[in-house]
Design a protein around this ligand. Structure first.
Ligand code: DUC
Ligand code: ZN
Ligand code: ZN
Length: 471
């Protein structure tokens, strides 16, 4: 007996560093052997000539996040992690969001309950800090960081979440003192409010005006301010969901000045444009209302270039799932509302990896190694899950994707989320996971989902490991 539970034979094993032909030996949910001619195992999978990557780490997604009634997210930890697995993602990091007035501990406890017994793949939590009281800054946050909640998101916009500059400095100081990773949503709230009022006064309230209320300038200004605040505190930050050229320029500026500024982008900034919010006043575009909004073809190209040249550290979905034709979704209370009231966000947890593999790798823009770095290895490093997650290495969890390369037209009927549409309906894809393994178990076989509710485990995070920690 070899002691192996499973061997994947002849794979084109792909890591962030290399592509090599190897068998992969798995025992007790971990990778225990890599090499050619591994001994026989209880179960064998023939992957001859097929690309095998680490399971994706979706480091920015929203699942069952409490919202102000009547709005409710369409995906919980059951349907959200089901969709993740079918799209090749085996670790998700959604957000335990503090409501103003609530303790961070209470937010974390509530979020654990939401995940408990439901998740099909492993998960960790980021925190959202919306009320940085002295108790939060001095006690709760440091204690939670020690317990494995080592990253948090700071909002510069949204009335119920945003922090002012002084509060941001306070929260960044905690990140610095305890080595946590601060993620920043960079949009200038006052500019958005001012523009929104003017648009409303002119009767311009259709979904497409969401993009007019959030032009690139408001993201550029906030991105620069976030970088300056981080410089003042002397702490790394990660700017999330970067949408176009002007924000990219600010990040390049920060990097050129030696500042440790990391950045994330998402499928909507590569595959959608503002035209998807509507070219007339039809309400259909509400499906693609998200913030920052998708821009134009020129900005898409800048985002592609920045993925290729290493400006971006991670590629996440920002899955924020709302049904379109629903009173708890994009039509709050059953009404077609003015754009300011449309829930922000779109579905993408299942399509994130296949879209990037199709257009990035098979479209000849990204190497396989870069694809793995952006979708799995770097997110695991940024949030303290590497090398357990995000790699194919001895000792790593056997979270693996065997890719099928075939062309097809995407439709929502193929997907496994609980959302009534996909923003990518009708897009031609060239690849989809033919097999997803989560800790050595088949969770998606290319046609069928294999449920394992509750077997997705909570992962306490270690410290970010993208760069050495300062002594
Ligand atoms: N923007 C966010 O910041 N979060 C969720 C969805 C969105 O559009
Ligand atoms: Zn955000
Ligand atoms: Zn988000």
């Amino acid at each position: 007996m070899s002691g192996l539970d499973l061997v994947i034979r002849g794979a084109r094993v792909t890591t962030a560093a290399d592509v090599f032909v190897s068998d992969i030996g798995i025992a007790q949910g971990r990778i225990v052997a890599l090499g050619q001619g591994l001994p026989a195992a209880a179960r064998e999978i023939d992957a001859a000539g097929r690309v095998v990557t680490p399971g994706g780490v979706d480091a920015h997604c929203h699942l069952d996040q409490p919202m102000a009634p009547p709005v409710r997210m369409a995906d919980d930890f059951d349907t959200g992690t089901r969709a993740a697995a079918c799209g090749g993602t085996t670790t998700v990091i959604p957000f335990a969001a503090q409501v103003k007035g609530q303790s961070l501990r209470a937010a974390v406890a509530d979020y654990h309950q939401r995940a408990e017994g439901k998740a099909h793949v492993d998960y960790a939590f980021h925190l959202i800090v919306s009320d940085p009281t002295p108790q939060v800054l001095e006690h709760e946050l440091p204690a939670l960081i020690r317990e494995g909640y080592t990253s948090f998101k700071i909002y510069m916009t949204y009335d119920d979440l945003k922090l002012d500059d002084g509060q941001i400095l306070d929260v960044l100081s905690v990140a610095r003192a305890h080595g946590a990773m601060a993620m920043i949503h960079a949009e200038n709230a006052d500019c958005i409010e001012w523009l929104t009022r003017r648009l409303e006064a002119a009767g311009r309230t259709a979904p497409r005006f969401h993009a007019h209320a959030r032009p690139m300038l408001v993201e550029r200004e906030a991105t620069h301010r976030a970088i300056a605040l981080a410089e003042l505190v002397d702490v790394p930050i990660l700017i999330v969901h970067v949408s176009g050229r002007e924000a990219v320029e600010q990040i390049r500026w920060g990097r050129a000045h030696g500042l440790p500024i990391y950045a994330e982008t998402c499928p909507q900034y590569l595959f959608l444009t503002a035209a998807d919010l509507g070219i007339d006043d039809s309400y259909q575009g509400a499906r693609c209302v998200c913030s920052p909004p998708p821009r134009d073809a020129g900005n898409q190209q800048v985002i592609w270039d920045a993925l290729v040249d290493g400006l971006f550290t991670v590629f996440s979905s920002d899955h924020a799932p709302f049904n379109y034709d629903a009173a708890e979704g994009k039509k709050p209370g059953g009404q077609e509302v003015a754009f300011r009231h449309i829930p922000n966000g779109l579905a993408g947890i299942e399509t994130r990896m296949p879209l990037l593999y199709s257009e990035g790798v098979l479209g000849g823009r990204l190497t396989l190694e870069k694809f793995v770095e952006l979708t799995a290895t770097n997110p695991a490093k940024a949030y303290g899950l590497h090398p357990r997650k995000g790699s194919i290495a001895i000792g790593s969890d056997a979270d693996l994707v065997v890719w099928d390369e075939r062309e097809f037209v995407l439709s929502n009927a193929m997907l496994h989320h609980a959302v009534d549409h996909t923003p990518y309906e009708g897009h031609t894809l060239r690849a989809w996971p033919g097999l997803t393994l989560a800790r050595g178990q088949v969770v998606w076989d290319g046609t069928q989902f294999h449920p394992r509710p509750g077997q997705g485990r909570f992962l306490p995070c270690g410290m970010p490991s993208l760069r050495p920690r300062k002594p």
